[in-house]
Design a protein around this ligand. Sequence first.
Ligand SMILES: Nc1nc2c(ncn2[C@@H]2O[C@H](COP(=O)(O)OP(=O)(O)OP(=O)(O)O)[C@@H](O)[C@H]2O)c(=O)[nH]1
Ligand SMILES: [Mg+2]
Length: 434
Amino acid sequence: MECFVEQGSSYNDCLSKIIAKYGDRVQIVTQRNIRVGGIFGLFTREGVEMEFYIPPYFSKSYAGYGGGRPGGAASFASPAPSLNSGGLKSPGPANAKEPGLSRAPVDFEEAKKKVLAAAGKDSTQMMILNEVRNIKEKIEAAGTAARKEDHPALARITEILEQNDFSSAYINAILDRGRKEFSLEALEDFDGVQDKVLEWIGESIRIYQKPAYHKTPRIMVLVGPTGVGKTTTTAKLAAIFGLGNPGKPARPVRIITIDAFRIGAKAQIEAYGDIMDIPVAYVDNYDDLKKEIALSAEDADIVLVDTIGKSPRDSAKLGEMKELLDACGFQAEVYLVIAAGVKSSDILEILRQFEPFNYRSVILTKLDETTRVGNVISALSEKGKSLAYITDGQKVPTDIHRASVVRFLLNLEDFRVNREKMEKQFPVDKADQF
Ligand SMILES: Nc1nc2c(ncn2[C@@H]2O[C@H](COP(=O)(O)OP(=O)(O)OP(=O)(O)O)[C@@H](O)[C@H]2O)c(=O)[nH]1
Ligand SMILES: [Mg+2]
């Protein structure tokens, strides 16, 4: 398996490069536009990615992974971040020997067999794709690299970042920057190095700024995978807006739920509505949603739309939901809700699959269930997405907060956070909590 990186190309270019390299038997599984790079908000660019596999019969003759020909599947991205220009990131075994970077070696042969088995079983494209992604992930994980010649301070930083579940792309970007910006003298002061790295991490976290002006009612739509906490978060927001929060008067709120089928779900949101005396409406089609929105405009300041959880892999259902939600109008603020414990590659997949909803920002739930936030910081930074709110418990309405950089930095393990300094550096607008 090889992963190449090129710049400035179209689908046709990408395809012809794949064919030139692997022959015309390749089967393209997906092709899509991507944004690549983006650590610290720099270097992002439009690119094209094609995922493809080679049917098992033909792939038998290939030598294998690493420097050889591909095995069963590969991913070709074009163009790619300048971070990696030059292409192949090989899982150098030397890295594994370095102190603080010991990792189980990646079993590429076994991974390859899995792909071939998946392809041979007349499987769906999805199965193959999943295997391809798993392999990509393993290669990425093996690719994080403090070099032998790196100062021990950078090796230690790598270790801490890995413990916090940062992705290897993110860690490599930090290391690159560290190598460029720290003098030998600076590296001798580990506290100083740590502070600087925290600052860089803080700079990579984008916080959502709500629109300075919006039409009344403000329409907030929550979409996301199943069970992440959309309904609970809807209730929390309804309570915060509807009952008032420090310095802000109570405002008329309505809840619309696109979850009329599941009895439990209906009862759940109805119970919240009853307690807070907030009207709840149920809709399951475009016209009714449009009518409800129009009706809300007469007496509500804020309309919260709770949706049915969707598997990010079910693109047909996602498409239906998207069409239905178009009834909210283009001014609606769509938020993607994701749970904090998900691994970085899955977050990237969710961010990508929900892209058609044009979500403005992300709400991160269940922060109380994980001690590691590097996965989230890496994925959001890579995709250039902002965070609006975080939730850290099941209690309505107390367990919801406006997202803040400092909160994230404090969540990092093994970093000594100078809170006062970070609060000065990343101030929170106290008047704009919700
Ligand atoms: N620990 C923790 N649990 C939470 C949080 N937010 C929600 N939950 C719990 O997660 C579970 C699912 O929450 P829901 O709000 O029903 O999730 P949903 O996204 O609406 O689920 P579907 O409608 O089925 O897609 C419930 O048990 C919630 O109490 C949180 O911040 N922390
Ligand atoms: Mg729900």
